[in-house]
Ligand binder design. Structure first.
Ligand SMILES: N[C@@H](CCC[C@H](N)C(=O)O)C(=O)O
Length: 293
């Protein structure tokens, strides 16, 4: 049976998404249908797809993954190849904008909106750049796999970091290397993480810290989507890794340049350990209709 979808296209620093509303969770797309929608030549084209579904209408397993039912809306996120991911840092801001602009949620300045994800419930607030999301506790997780990428002269040890989804961050020597890396090929990790990983190639900028804010530039190869213009959770992982490498006295606030713009990252203490937040813009670009056969 054909499926008709009214969709919206949005992006956060060039990381783009197709969004649609399915409040009662009746439109469960297959991986190949998601890949067809995200295809840049034969579909709408996007790095990922976000289905807006009420948490109360999630299948039992997914509802348990959302930890609790405090979030009215769940972000059902899939990469462009149709694989699900636990979290998407740019996607969740764009999702908040989508819910608000479509009258599905309200968020006044200073208030907090809870959104369910496979990685847990996450809190968002408006800020000057767009939205800020608390990504919760992070973990040094995934070891230090050796990273090889096409056109990079040597293999380098990366640092595994989990911010809800898995990342491996590797520092490069200079701007030439950052430009030269050919990320149309999947970077090779040794050992290969069981669940795969998003891989960030990071260049600490000069000066690394100015007015108490750390400054880095990065490119990313996303698990399930390939090279993208930005990855919010990747920017967070890159800032955490750079702070780790910089050692004592490194700042808790970072500006991360990605090919699609700039993101902000902040680490802060809470009662249940250190949390990390991401801030940046969220834009809706156009709406349309599509039919899946
Ligand atoms: N672009 C996202 C991350 C999307 C998920 C990722 N590809 C994965 O599989 O974990 C972001 O902005 O965080």
């Amino acid at each position: 049976m054909a499926i008709d979808l009214h969709f919206t296209k949005g992006h956060g620093t060039g990381n783009d998404f197709v969004l649609f509303t399915d409040p009662e969770g009746q439109t469960n797309l297959t991986a190949s249908q998601i890949a067809a929608i995200c295809d840049r030549h034969f579909g709408v084209g996007a790095d990922g797809l976000i289905r807006a579904v009420r948490s109360s209408h999630l299948p039992e397993g997914a509802a348990a993954l959302a930890e609790d039912d405090s979030a009215e809306w769940f972000m059902d996120y899939h990469n462009s190849d149709g694989t699900p991911s636990e979290m998407c840092g740019n996607g969740i801001r764009v999702y908040a904008r989508y819910l608000i602009d479509n009258g599905l949620a309200e968020l006044a300045d200073g208030d907090t909106m809870a959104i369910g994800t496979r990685g847990g419930v996450r809190d968002l607030q408006r800020n000057l750049t767009g939205f800020q999301v608390d990504l919760g506790r992070w973990a040094l997780d995934g070891g230090e796999p050796l990273v090889r990428a096409k056109n990079l002269p040597v293999a380098r040890p990366g640092l595994g970091i989990n911010v809800g989804n898995p990342h491996v961050v590797v520092a490069l020597a200079d701007e030439d290397e950052l430009r030269a890396a050919d990320l149309s090929f999947i970077p090779h990790l040794e050992p290969e993480p069981v669940d795969g990983a998003n891989v960030e190639f990071v260049l600490p900028l000069e000066p690394l810290v100015k007015d108490g804010v750390g400054h880095i530039r990065m490119r990313v190869h996303e698990r399930g989507s390939g090279e993208t213009l930005s990855c919010g959770t990747g920017a967070v992982a890159a800032a955490l890794a750079t702070r780790h490498w910089a050692g004592r006295g490194a700042p808790n606030q970072w500006r991360v340049e990605v090919p699609g713009g700039t993101l902000g990252v902040r680490m802060f203490a809470t009662e249940d350990g250190e949390h990390v937040s991401l801030s940046g813009p969220a834009e809706l670009v156009f709406e349309g209709e599509l039919t899946l056969d």
